[in-house]
Design a protein around this ligand. Structure first.
Ligand code: FE
Length: 352
């Protein structure tokens, strides 16, 4: 039996919870609640530790408020639900808007109306009822081999279904949130029939079963396993700044699709205030901080994401990628199609 002393799952400063799902909820230690004290914020984070560390440190320095965080790529909302009123969670951080909507739907959030937050965040990037707030934007783009693909041949998501690209596409799981977001947006703007035909066309052109993360697809292009992939923009920044991955990044062109028509699909990462936040005041201070120009500049420069705060410019690298047309779709309209997108992936046996 795990004790709270030896258990790697307890909430503690800088404790990342990577094994949550493998161990299951029954292994979790509710005793963490007793560790909650004033001048702390407990963060349940779907965003990876290395992405958030610089922001946590900047906030701690500025405010004197300590951040305890729990990272997992699955199961955090379910955990908070199981903990109920005793949940130590103050703030949820997610890597896509879908989980923000889930958190609200599951009744895990509370509404927040805050002039500071609202002045830093355009209305299209927050819940109208104040249950969640966007933090960063990222486009889901096409990576195309410099050696084997003429960018002129791949200017739209639809171009990926051309018969000439048979056996040339690599992609992560169709059920991953980033892909579900993209497919849901396509259903919202193009309809379900067109999206089904498109997704079948992409499947017909796959080089291998969907697997790995976004960067693994670019690696596969570099290694010649495929020539086209779909991924998020910030991974280009990450690869260019990683000595082991820079060659992957340099083997591809990054193409912002559909510039001649509806624009490129953009997703947001975000945050929500937990319904039973024991440190509400400190949590709100942390949320204000994440939208401040200082924190937004850290996201822009260290995470290679586009700020949601219009007062903050993208980093030099992102500027070098140029302006692009973003598909104008309400987050709620996209969210409404997420279940349909998952069903479509299953129906087409996209991952098989
Ligand atoms: Fe990511």
């Amino acid at each position: 039996m795990l004790t709270s002393k030896s258990c790697p799952l307890r909430i503690g400063r800088r404790v990342a919870l990577t094994a949550l799902t493998a161990l299951g909820l029954s292994a979790l230690v509710p005793g963490a609640v007793s560790q909650v004290q004033a001048q702390e914020v407990n963060v349940y984070s779907y965003r990876q530790t290395f992405l958030m560390e610089p922001l946590f440190e900047a906030f701690e320095q500025e405010s004197g408020i300590k951040i305890n965080f729990l990272y997992a790529n699955k199961g955090l909302l379910e955990r908070a639900r199981a903990e109920g009123m005793l949940s130590p969670a103050d703030v949820f951080l997610t890597s896509d808007f879908g989980r923000l909507i889930d958190a609200k739907t599951m009744g895990l959030t509370q509404p927040l109306s805050d002039a500071d937050i609202e002045s830093n965040l355009p209305a299209q990037y927050r819940d109208p009822d104040g249950h969640w707030f966007g933090l960063t934007r990222r486009a889901r783009v096409i990576f195309a081999s410099k050696d084997r693909i003429d960018p002129a041949d791949v200017q739209t998501y639809e171009d990926l279904t051309k018969p000439e690209f048979k056996g040339q596409i690599c992609i992560r799981s169709g059920l991953h949130n980033y892909n579900i977001g993209l497919f849901a947006a396509m259903i919202a703007s193009q309809g379900s029939e067109a999206t089904e035909a498109w997704l079948q066309g992409v499947k017909d052109n796959l080089a291998r079963r969907p697997q790995g993360n976004d960067r693994a697809q670019v690696k596969a292009i570099k290694e010649g396993e495929c020539s086209l992939a779909i991924g998020n923009t910030y991974y280009m920044g990450k690869m260019l700044n990683n000595p082991e991955q820079v060659a992957w990044a340099e083997s591809v062109n990054m193409i912002f699709p559909n510039q001649g028509d509806r624009g490129t699909h953009v997703n947001v990462s975000g945050m929500a205030l937990a319904k039973h936040a024991p440190n509400r005041e400190q949590a709100v201070a942390f949320m204000r901080f994440l939208l401040s120009p200082k924190a937004q500049a850290i996201y822009a420069s260290e995470n290679f994401e586009y700020p949601v705060n219009p007062a903050v410019a993208p980093s030099e690298l992102l500027k070098s990628w140029g302006d692009y047309k973003v598909e104008e779709l309400g987050l709620a309209d996209m969210a409404a199609q997420r279940a349909a997108a998952s069903s479509l992936v299953e129906k087409l046996r996209f991952n098989n």
